[in-house]
Design a protein around this ligand. Structure first.
Ligand SMILES: Nc1ncnc2c1ncn2[C@@H]1O[C@H](COP(=O)(O)OP(=O)(O)OP(=O)(O)O)[C@@H](O)[C@H]1O
Length: 734
């Protein structure tokens, strides 16, 4: 019971009944006559009918008009192994009488898609894509004549011992393939929380409901009037600059209407690690760093297992302790006699992560609130790449006492300089650990044995010096003092990025004991202490042990520095540590000692920028390809349109479906999956650029071959997607 145009042979829902409520076969029809209104209300939900097996051709009854492989005598299909997936397929459906030529629809490019398909205009870029970047050398296409893309169609014809066909796609017969496999997407019911009305994109588009704050404008605002050279004195150094140099480029402008897939810039080639071939994706090392940071940032605790940690504190929730668990009956160390504890937390207003530092049992007289606010505001204005920014401060009873809480920027995976360099019990470097008397330097945790010296590289120490002195320079030139220049209050993240932590905490904790004037008088003294703190850190780093700081070890430590490092490093330490000179020192004084090493630091930072920029540019291209794949998935095998003869996978969309198979589902001569990222990337780029190159698409049963150009595929793709957009609600697809 199969006639022209009637659904194929599978006992499924009768398409004619569904579409018109009327089927000519009436009760004789072997397909289910079901009231369409009883269908699943979710348009992209599971099908209300039996879903044919993945590897089979279903019962759609669609008519395909194709170019068919017409084997020459003696060169049959066996010589042309069909495209196939892992499992065998059912036989080809019947041939239809109503043969119509396959005509690519080729409608005009929808304006709404102009941006998405901007690359389509770029014939030049296409050439670059195909030949240029060398980015497509990642994989060799095995010899698979059954599903190949050939720059020259003549070459393809040559494979079949046939004369080259005309450039327009020839048609020899019509196939009624007997249906299509149906692969339902997950219903919204399977994905609670995400539905067409609760798309995160909708929040993004409504600034009032956005959980994400607008980007902070960090560039210097342009001043009206003719451009003039500005002069500014910061901490003793005079800067001359033109404000226009800080005007963001392309602000408010549209993106260029092309994309380029370039090879690795030459200036970072020498920095490329291990990977033998250029990769399409981010370097593993950077990826691991980011993934680790993400994993740590996403950590949460079971509230039931931690009843002592409140679930909400002021405007923050999801608290996770950052301290390592302490032995029973021990307390974390204190700041000015107050116990402190750190938590990762989420700001409920803007969704950002932050580090909450709770100072236990601290009561602030309400009379001091105005001074507190003033202090916090001053510290809050301090933006610097080597300072952890203080965001806000509040008092709370959520922990069961009167605590004051400081909210700082959060850096996932950051550890303290203490943990990184001074917590190794093996690291004594020849210094003794007998603390008869004197305080333990930097509160180092008890080392137990001697070891031969192992020293840090001088370049790392200078890198730390440049970063810390840069932070101090910023703090001191703002009329403030850090007061926390010690290894447990300096964070290290990434490879060697330092940030001065806990800024402002000591100032706030000093409030009850000092009036404003006394505090101002002390600033210079505290700034001197900052410099001494820097000197002590450098000395400890140079000896690679905190035990070098003992008064009795000082001479030994300086000798170690003298014999292993440059005299500049020794001079810098001697200058920073307390001496008999009464002249107050400033952080600017150490600039000449840093000297040309500053350039080394700058060079390293810029090289790092270059590498990251290169990684970013890869991801820009990957993002573009991902959007193409998203769209392809949106177009293909939509259950709601399968019921609609004008949509179901005929003509254009069938080509796209076969192209999807060509991209992802190829097998080699032995029927094993052929996986090659280079092939996928290259083919998607050709689709995006709409090159004239032809591609051979083979039906799943291997009986028919379509020859279409990427330009045609691109037209099908654009028109099918714009139809989708026009059919739906105003959506979040951009
Ligand atoms: N802003 C921050 N971002 C990310 N992690 C942080 C931040 N501030 C502190 N941490 C982490 O929290 C933990 C505790 O920090 P804290 O400053 O109390 O160091 P500590 O070694 O415990 O110092 P102390 O021994 O003086 O208590 C450390 O592991 C540190 O890496």
């Amino acid at each position: 019971m199969s006639g022209p145009g009637h659904p194929g042979k599978r006992p499924t829902l009768c398409r004619y009944f569904v579409n018109s409520g009327n089927c000519a076969y009436g009760e004789d029809c072997q397909f289910v006559h079901q009231n369409p209104s009883l269908q699943n209300p979710y348009q992209n939900g599971p099908p209300p009918m039996e879903s044919p097996g993945m590897g089979e051709l279903g019962g759609g009854g669609d008519q395909y008009f194709n170019a068919t492989f017409n084997p020459a005598p003696g060169a049959g299909m066996n010589d042309f192994p069909p495209f196939r997936r892992g499992r065998p397929r059912s036989a080809l459906g019947q041939l239809s009488q109503n043969a119509k030529p396959f005509v690519p629809s080729g409608g005009p490019l929808d304006q709404a898609l102009a941006n998405d398909f901007a690359a389509l205009n770029l014939a030049a870029a296409a050439a670059n894509i195909v030949k240029g970047g060398g980015d497509y050398t990642g994989g060799q296409q095995p010899s698979m004549p059954h599903s190949s893309s050939t720059p020259s169609f003549a070459a393809l014809a040559g494979m079949f011992n046939q004369p080259p066909p005309p450039t327009t796609t020839p048609v020899s017969h019509v196939v009624n393939n007997g249906g299509l496999p149906f692969q339902a997407g997950l219903s919204p019911t399977h994905s609670p929380g995400i539905s067409p009305t609760s798309s995160p994109h909708m929040f993004r588009r409504d600034p009032n409901s956005s959980p994400v704050p607008p980007h902070r404008q960090t560039t210097i605002p342009q001043k009206p009037g003719p451009p003039a050279v500005h002069q500014e004195n910061v901490g003793g150094t005079t800067y001359f600059y033109n404000p226009e140099d800080f005007t963001p480029q392309n602000e408010g402008g549209s993106l260029p209407d092309f994309t380029l897939y370039h090879s690795m810039p030459h200036h970072i080639r020498h920095m490329k690690l291990k990977a033998p071939l250029q990769t399409f994706f981010m370097a593993d090392e950077i990826k691991m760093e980011l993934l680790n940071a993400q994993a740590v940032a996403g950590a949460h605790i079971d509230p039931a297992a931690h009843p002592d940690i409140p679930q909400e504190v002021d405007n923050y929730d999801s608290l996770v302790p950052l301290e390592r668990s302490l032995p029973p009956n021990s307390q974390s160390k204190s700041i000015m006699g107050y116990q402190s504890t750190c938590y990762k937390a989420t700001n409920k207003t803007d969704g950002t992560l932050c580090c909450l530092r709770r100072i236990h049992n601290f009561r602030l007289n309400p009379n001091l609130n105005a001074r507190l606010m003033g202090l916090v505001e001053t510290w809050n204005k301090l933006f610097h790449p080597n300072i952890v920014q203080l965001r806000e401060t509040f008092t709370t009873k959520a922990f069961g006492d009167s605590s004051i809480v400081f909210s700082f920027e959060y850096f996932p995976n950051a550890i303290t300089l203490m943990a990184k360099h001074f917590n190794n019990p093996q690291s004594l470097n020849g210094f003794t650990n007998d603390f008869s008397g004197g305080a333990r330097p930097f509160s180092s945790k008890g080392p137990s044995s001697r070891n031969s010296p192992s020293l840090l590289s001088e370049s790392l120490i200078w890198s730390y010096i440049v970063q810390l002195s840069s932070a101090l320079r910023c703090i001191h030139s703002s009329g403030l003092a850090a007061r926390t220049i010690e290894p447990s209050k300096i964070l290290v993240h990434g490879k060697s990025r330092l940030r001065v932590n806990c800024v402002g905490v000591m100032d706030v904790l000093s409030l009850p004991n000092m009036d404003q004037a006394t505090m101002m008088n002390y600033i210079q003294h505290w700034q001197q202490e900052d410099l001494v703190g820097l000197g002590r850190i450098v000395l400890a780093l140079a000896c690679n042990t905190a035990y070098a700081l003992r008064q009795s070890s000082f001479q030994q430590a300086i000798e170690l520095v003298h014999s292993n490092y440059s005299s500049d490093l020794k001079n810098l330490i001697m200058y920073l540590l307390p001496n008999n000179q009464n002249r107050p020192r400033t952080v600017n004084d150490i600039m000449p000692m840093i000297g040309a090493r500053f350039f080394t630091q700058l060079d390293t930072a810029q090289l790092r920028c270059d590498v990251l920029e290169n990684e970013l540019s890869k991801e820009v291209e990957n993002g573009r390809l991902a959007r193409l794949v998203f769209k392809l998935c949106c177009i293909l095998e939509r259950p709601e349109f399968n019921m609609d003869p004008s949509w179901s996978e005929t003509g254009d969309r069938y080509m796209l479906k076969l192209f999807r198979d060509y991209l992802f589902h190829q097998v080699d001569e032995n029927g094993y999956p052929w996986m090659d990222v280079a092939h996928i990337v290259q083919s998607l780029n050709k689709l995006d650029a709409g090159v004239s190159e032809k591609v051979c698409l083979t039906t799943r049963d291997g009986q028919s071959i379509f020859v279409v150009s990427y330009a045609e595929l691109k037209r099908f793709f654009a028109s099918a997607f714009s139809e989708l957009l026009n059919a739906g609600q105003p959506s979040g697809y951009t």
